[in-house]
Design a protein around this ligand. Structure first.
Ligand code: ADP
Ligand code: GN1
Ligand code: MG
Length: 380
């Protein structure tokens, strides 16, 4: 197997530390890079047991340039998944499939640090599930809305103060805007020239950046425990029932606004094009998908959102899309050090789709508000 990232050179040390061969009395038959995440290095491990059944695991090298304190991050995940496990069991659910479960190392730890100082963790693979990179039907997206709304409800009484902030100011858009402006100052000249129009688009909208943080600071929006990275490929669907099964990628579960979770889902899932589509004619906000998710999310939240939160849902969508756009663009300008890229100008392409979507949301603003009013009127 070729391990692309040199930081993964010690993968075999990590595999040995979890002692899976002994635990399953089996033999490792494959280790391959897996999934389409932009941040961590994810591998699928396949083991064959003596009765020829297969056991699979997800092994991840946590990106410690981005998540500066993996031990505290893992503490969050263990506590949050234990909390979820309790609720799932009390409902008679299957806690092996409806939440992530952290596999311990042979020494009983929740993660392993290799001799190159890289941090690794393992989750049992959630079998008979599918991960969607693009919404295939309004029903799938509606289901994901119910699940993300429900996720937040399950964490409603979780003691938020005990969670570590794994990336400070993660969705603080004014702070993201300052980082973006610094990237414009310090960025590579050739890249700045190439992105002139996108830079102007982003700078023109500075006035929007503080809308949500202002409301939070004024006490008009409640701080909740949120997922903060609610794109569609961070949820697994049950292969048989096609219902949303398990919310994954819990690295950024920390205090945040409901609008962040709603908005990030819309930005990714309600677009008619892929996040890195290069033909911008293919990228717009699909209002029927926006409607499906809004309905599902509000049902999942089950009356727990305030009137102000509901009113701000369209802004959550617009701002999360804008914020993601300036993050992609800043990374492009400063040399692609944050998001994984797979081709030249990849981050610029991604920024362009986000800004195309923002412009389309601005054009469809009244329709977005009308949809939210239609489904929000029956909530608290
Ligand atoms: P990243 O932070 O890099 O996005 P993720 O935790 O989202 O990493 O994992 C990347 C991909 O791996 C997911 O999109 C999903 O396809 C797959 N994946 C992660 N955990 C599991 C699991 N326990 N079972 C099955 N698939 C998983
Ligand atoms: C990253 O980890 P992943 O690929 O699910 C990023 C999100 C962005 C997203 C854009 C920790 O998500 O914030 O919205 O890419 N995660 C982190 O696709 O920065
Ligand atoms: Mg992910």
């Amino acid at each position: 197997m070729s391990v692309l990232n040199p930081a993964c050179a010690k993968i075999d040390e990590a595999i040995a530390a979890f002692g899976i061969e002994t635990a399953v009395n089996g033999r490792l038959i494959q280790k391959v890079p897996y999934g389409n995440g932009h941040i961590n290095d994810t591998f699928l491990l396949r083991y064959e047991t003596p009765d020829h059944t297969e056991k699979r695991y997800i092994l991840q090298r946590m990106n410690h340039d981005i998540f500066r304190n993996p031990p505290l991050l893992m503490e969050n995940i263990v506590h949050v998944t234990n909390h979820l496990r309790g609720i799932i069991l009390s409902r008679g659910g299957d806690a092996e499939r409806e939440t992530l479960n952290v596999l311990k190392t042979s020494d009983g730890a929740d993660f392993f640090q290799d001799s190159g100082k890289n941090y690794w963790r393992v989750f049992p693979f959630i079998e008979r599930s599918i991960c969607l990179e693009k919404v295939e039907s309004a029903k799938d997206f509606y289901d994901s809305g119910v699940a993300f709304g429900g996720f937040q409800k399950m964490l409603a009484d979780y003691p938020a103060k005990t969670l570590h902030e794994t990336i400070p100011d993660f969705h603080n858009t004014p702070s993201r805007f300052r980082d973006f402006k610094a990237a414009v100052e310090e960025g590579d000249d050739r890249r700045i020239t190439l992105a002139r129009r996108e830079i102007a688009f982003a700078l023109d909208r500075e006035g929007d950046t503080s809308v949500l943080t202002d409301l939070l600071n004024q006490g008009k929006l409640p701080l909740r425990v949120t997922h903060n990275d609610t794109k569609l490929n961070n949820i697994l669907f049950d292969e048989a029932t096609r219902k949303a099964l398990c919310i994954i990628d819990l690295d950024t579960v920390m205090p945040g606004l409901s609008l962040y979770d709603f908005g990030d889902s819309i930005r990714f899932g309600a677009s008619t094009g892929a996040e890195d589509e290069t033909d911008l004619d293919k990228v717009e906000l699909d209002l029927s998908l926006f409607e499906a998710f809004t309905k599902g999310y509000l049902e999942g939240c089950d009356g727990s959102l305030t009137e102000k939160e509901i009113e701000m849902l369209p802004m959550g969508a617009r701002l999360m899309t804008y914020e993601c756009g300036i993050r992609f663009l800043a990374d492009f300008l400063t040399g692609d050090t944050y998001f994984k890229v797979h081709r030249e100008n990849h981050n610029l392409d991604r920024a362009r789709t986000q800004f195309k979507l923002v412009a389309d949301m601005e054009a469809k603003w009244d329709q977005m508000k009308a949809i939210v009013e239609k489904y929000g009127s029956c909530s608290v």
